[in-house]
Write a protein that binds this ligand. Structure first.
Ligand code: RM4
Ligand code: MN
Ligand code: MN
Length: 424
């Protein structure tokens, strides 16, 4: 289903007076308004192909109806999101959940929907039918060279799919770890992982990157071989300049200071980008900004400051992606909310008075420093985000437009009530 632009314009028309007065009010106080609007307009967040269906837990899965049945339908769903918010111009594929068997046709469909392909993801955390060796005891870290080779070959195959689609990064997340003390020799597991990643690294085209994701636990509950940012950074440094560390917000133990991790990875030029989600306890994969929006703002504050310090372009120089799972909400609604939360945090970070903050830091004026950050965080920037969307052709209120246009109802009538998408 494609959303015609005139329908979005009609929806916008009804909201336009109210929006204008809210925008004028907040804009009057923003010194760098043009710059903020330009940056917000350029900022896009990739949608993962595995998040367009209803997720599940190990206890069950409750499908919502009209789920995409194929990669083509997933691309159409991202097209819907992008038509509404003009901030989701790309899709990230997980192989083999989504195999682009006809790359040219898939690319053409994506282009029709205004989309490109972001990082491709390998999957060595599940066994596939007809696979010679099992990943029960890990993949790139496995004690058996034949298993490692199979996992390396899979990653190289994923790179090949990515090349066909015009993507330029491979994202690697490993479930490799151990469940009990004594199960693994940590050093050997790490060395095996490094050697395997080196083989994958060798297969990267010149302009490609490999992003090494970390996670402290789950599915293994005693150790994970790439368990934290230190272990990921160690690997990335040993691999070389094409390798960097990917931060998934849910992959930290509770209360970890993620913004500090982000700041230092950026300083080292080793921050690949993000998998955004939110969590209360672990890798909960909840809607971005639904639990801890202040943390998200603090992360963006470090991102803006750190990227500016290195002369980076916010919209292009890091990978921005959602990695979430939706158990009870309509996945498209959830993704629209997530993108909105990210853009709000970004907008808030863009209006931080950085000069005053620096002065407060240098004079140890702790209260002032806190005030400066909270001044930005407590500003209602939603009209700025909405205006940027309006200027780029999107809906003033994407979620309301999605509902008033009855998109899900249409998808259910096209695809059926009982469809199940591949993915989480
Ligand atoms: C993992 C990790 C990966 C994602 C899979 C589906 O927990 O976050 O990034 O590819 O889930
Ligand atoms: Mn992730
Ligand atoms: Mn995860």
């Amino acid at each position: 289903m494609q959303i015609e632009k005139y329908k979005i314009d009609e929806a916008n028309h009804q909201l336009s007076d109210k929006h204008q007065s809210k925008f004028d009010y907040v804009a009057a106080d923003i010194n760098n308004l043009d710059e903020v609007m330009q940056k917000l307009g350029a900022f896009n967040i990739t949608i993962p192909s595995w998040a367009l269906g209803t997720g599940g837990t190990r206890f069950g899965r409750f499908s919502g109806g009209g789920e995409p049945r194929s990669l083509e339908e997933k691309i159409e769903d991202v097209g819907v999101i992008h038509a509404l918010n003009k901030s989701s111009d790309s899709i990230s594929l997980h192989i083999p959940w989504d195999i682009p068997s006809n790359a040219d046709a898939i690319k053409a469909l994506a282009a029709q929907n205004g989309l490109r392909f972001d990082a491709v993801n390998s999957n060595t955390f599940q066994d596939q039918k007809d696979q010679a060796h099992s990943y029960k005891y890990g993949s790139l870290h496995h004690v058996d060279k034949a298993v490692r080779k199979q996992a390396v070959d899979h990653n190289i195959e994923v790179i090949k799919y990515g090349i066909e689609l015009g993507s330029n990064a491979l994202s690697v997340w490993l479930a490799d770890g151990s469940n009990f003390p004594g199960q693994l020799n940590f050093r050997n597991a790490f060395q095996n992982t490094l050697e395997s990643l080196q083989e994958i690294y060798e297969a990267l085209p010149d302009d490609w990157k490999v992003w090494v994701e970390y996670k402290p636990y789950e599915p293994n509950f005693y150790s994970t071989t790439i368990g934290d940012w230190g272990q990921s950074l160690l690997l990335a440094n040993k691999l070389g300049s094409k390798a960097s560390t990917l931060v998934d917000l849910g992959h930290h133990l509770p209360n970890t200071n993620i913004e500090q991790i982000v700041s230092l990875l950026l300083m080292e030029g080793k921050l690949a980008g993000f998998h955004f989600n939110d969590s209360k306890y672990g890798d909960d994969d909840l809607t971005v900004g639904s639990i801890n929006p202040y943390q998200l703002f603090l992360i963006f504050n470090e991102l803006v400051e750190g990227m500016d310090a290195r002369g980076m372009t916010h919209s292009k120089d890091l990978g921005w992606m959602i990695d979430a799972s939706h158990n009870v909400k309509d996945p498209i609604e959830d993704l629209i909310q997530s993108v909105e939360a990210i853009k709000i945090a970004y907008a808030q970070a863009l209006i931080v008075d950085t000069v005053a903050l620096r002065e407060a830091q240098l004079s140890n004026d702790v209260a002032k420093a806190q005030e400066i950050l909270q001044e930005a965080y407590r500003t209602d920037v939603r009209p700025l985000v909405a205006e940027a969307r309006l200027r780029t052709g999107g809906a003033l209120n994407p979620l309301a437009a999605y509902r008033s246009l009855d998109v899900r109802k249409n998808l259910i009538s096209e695809r059926g009530e009982k469809t199940v998408a591949t993915g989480l």
